[in-house]
Design a protein around this ligand. Structure first.
Ligand SMILES: NC(=O)C1=CN([C@@H]2O[C@H](COP(=O)(O)OP(=O)(O)OC[C@H]3O[C@@H](n4cnc5c(N)ncnc54)[C@H](OP(=O)(O)O)[C@@H]3O)[C@@H](O)[C@H]2O)C=CC1
Ligand SMILES: O=C1O[C@H](COP(=O)(O)O)[C@@H](O)[C@H](O)[C@H]1O
Length: 497
């Protein structure tokens, strides 16, 4: 494989290497990059945690993580190269003095990537520790996991702590949805195809739906989730990032700041939701017991470690409006929830109806075109069009039928494995490209919009509406669209063969 000149060797330092994210996602993703020949020959991987561990023991642990989470049989040749990169440094991340153990693992003449897969509450300590052992210079890159804060104020505190030691050009804030192939494809779809570029506004589009449905519950993470809720866990980051990519103006180029500037403008144009309109444009739900994929599951308040009075939402639906020239009068309906019937994420663009019906069918029988962008699973793009049914009729009338133009990634690109989002993001950090990472002002703007909704919900003091696990959320979510004679797109999940 020929490496680009920007493909430098680095010391990749993984803080929190024994944690869930590192074991389940980050180490397997680094291994996949190794397998694909996308790690520079001299790149090293330094695992950091507070336990005492020899390098050999660490290598054993990494092997176990790969066996458990890579989803495939380990390729021994790849493993031999990969394991030679690994070493372990013991650091108590709250103790400045203990950071000196890192010094022998990193080379000051090379790029150092510090990935903080730890609770955000210790990001400030880690930055101070790195500074204390004199390891920070302009070539150090810092990767921060979500959530950056719990609201605008706390996110500012974390961002300030980090900004004391790192410039914005060194900071890579992860939103793993930005590493998903199909989310990236939104940019290609919109700006590489003139049929979409010229029809992408209020003149042609009636409304947009963005659904991110999960069939899982809270997976033993009560402590974290009950404090966050679906709004902070999914809307503040993933859904607003998808919305920004769908709605943004064409960036001048694909540079990080050109894209991020345009996304920020969309976030700034979101119409505020507050006590005056929250009941009209939002729905909150919390799942009760039910059946998901034929299996009986407990309600949110019956999950392990649950308290029985929680008002935390596990489902959110919002009618969002973007107050700018392009999107005037075009609602963006957002919907996300846990314990829905299936895991599916999609963006559906509903185009406007034809102004006049030439055909025999009544006006309502001539449905508008729809563009369905399937983010996951069964990744692909589908357009519904009206088509003449071939053949002769005694009346001479033209019979129409709704048909689909369907691009399925698995059929079109059948030889290509779709990489995990983290593989893409880790590669981009090592390449030094910030385009797929979220800038501080974007995060803070997203919090501003979300905080106002959360405050309005708190004000009402009403509990979220119950919905049975295995259904598409509270009935009110259907009402949110029905009031405007619309309905949610019915996801059809293709069964795996
Ligand atoms: N897990 C996931 O799927 C996702 C996680 N995230 C984010 O990623 C980050 C990590 O999450 P996750 O892996 O689940 O969390 P875990 O609790 O599983 O792991 C965190 C790691 O940080 C270590 N740590 C905490 N405090 C210290 C300290 N003072 N000194 C040394 N090590 C310390 C812990 O060490 P020890 O084992 O010794 O306690 C642990 O290994 C969080 O910010 C989370 O919000 C984001 C999206 C998804
Ligand atoms: O960030 C998060 O995302 C996952 C969903 O991610 P996906 O890639 O599986 O769609 C969600 O389950 C989790 O609660 C949230 O923290």
């Amino acid at each position: 494989m020929v490496m680009d000149s920007s493909f430098e060797a680095c010391d990749f330092v993984l803080f929190g290497t024994k944690g869930d994210l590192s074991r389940r996602k980050l180490l397997p993703s680094m291994y996949q990059l190794e397998k694909a020949g996308l790690l520079h020959a001299e790149t090293t991987i330094v695992g950091v945690a507070r336990q005492t561990l020899s390098d050999e023991e660490y290598v054993e642990e990494v092997r176990k993580s790969l066996e458990e989470f890579s989803g495939e049989t380990i390729c021994e040749a790849t493993w031999e190269t990969f394991k030679a990169r690994l070493s372990y440094a013991q650091v108590d991340m709250k103790e400045i003095a203990s950071y000196s153990s890192l010094e022998s693992h990193v080379n000051p003449d090379r790029v150092m990537v510090c990935y903080l897969a730890t609770p955000p509450s210790i990001y400030g300590d880690i930055c101070r520790g790195l500074h204390g052992c004199n390891i920070i210079d302009s070539s150090v890159r810092l990767v921060l996991e979500k959530p950056i804060g719990h609201d605008l104020e706390s996110s500012k505190v974390i961002n300030e702590q980090v900004a004391e030691y790192f410039g914005e050009s060194q900071i890579y804030r992860i939103d793993h949805y930005l590493g998903k192939e199909t989310v990236l494809n939104l940019i290609a779809l919109r700006f590489a195809n003139s049929i979409f570029t010229t029809n992408w506004d209020h003149n042609c589009i009636d409304h947009v739906q963005i659904s991110v449905a999960e069939s899982v519950g809270i997976e033993g993470r009560w402590g974290y989730f009950d404090d966050a809720g679906q709004m902070r866990d999914m809307v503040q980051n993933h859904l607003l990032q998808i919305l920004s990519l769908v709605a943004m103006e064409p960036p001048a180029n694909l540079d990080a700041d050109s894209i991020r500037d345009e996304k920020l403008k969309v976030l700034k144009a979101l119409r505020p939701i507050n006590a005056t309109n929250v009941n009209d444009v939002t729905v909150r739900g919390q799942y009760t017991s039910g059946f998901v994929k034929g299996k009986e599951v407990p309600g949110y308040l019956e999950e392990d470690d649950a308290n029985t009075v929680s008002k935390t939402e596990t489902f959110v639906a919002i009618k969002a409006e973007i107050d700018n020239w392009r999107w005037a009068g075009v609602p963006f309906y957002l919907r996300t929830g846990k314990r829905l019937p299936t895991k599916v994420s999609e963006v559906v663009i509903y185009f406007k109806r034809q102004p006049h019906n030439l055909f025999t069918a009544s006006f309502n029988d001539l449905p508008p075109n729809k563009l369905v962008i399937r983010l996951q699973p069964d990744e692909g793009v589908e357009i519904t069009v009206m088509n003449k049914v071939p053949g002769l009729t005694s009346s001479g009338a033209m019979d129409l039928q709704k048909s689909k133009l369907n691009l399925s990634f698995s059929e079109e690109f059948s030889d290509d494995r779709i990489p995990d989002a983290y593989e893409k993001l880790l590669l981009e950090v090592m390449l030094g490209n910030q385009a797929l990472f979220v800038r501080r002002d974007e995060i803070e703007q997203a919090w501003t919009w979300v905080d106002s909704i959360l405050a309005a919900w708190r004000n009402t003091n009403e509990p979220p509406e119950p919905y049975q696990a295995g259904t598409w959320g509270p009935v009110a979510s259907i009402g949110l669209l029905a009031r405007a004679n619309r309905s949610w797109y019915e996801s059809k999940v293709k069964k795996k063969k």
